[in-house]
Design a binder for this molecule. Structure first.
Ligand SMILES: [Zn+2]
Length: 81
């Protein structure tokens, strides 16, 4: 006694089952379709985006803007007079 690889049901013996080793012709066609899909699927498309450094932040974008604000701060005591 065997089990249908598609649906897991008991498979009728080959003598009275045209779809053997599947339980029904339907399961047989499902299995066939799986293999065909596997065949048509293109293996590992070498179409990856060439640029891989997209995760790093732009060094030009801000970061050092606090230094220039110190020049004209009104809170500083006036020592020139
Ligand atoms: Zn089945």
């Amino acid at each position: 006694m065997s089990i249908c690889p598609i649906c897991g049901k008991e498979v009728t013996p080959r003598s009275s089952n045209k779809a053997f080793p599947f339980c029904t012709a339907r399961c047989k066609s499902i299995d066939l379709g799986k293999w065909l899909n596997e065949d048509y699927r293109v293996p590992a498309t070498p179409d990856e985006a060439g640029e891989g450094d997209e995760g790093e932040p732009d060094p030009k974008a801000g970061g050092l803007s606090g230094a220039s604000a110190e020049g004209d701060s009104p809170s500083k005591p006036d020592m020139r007079h």
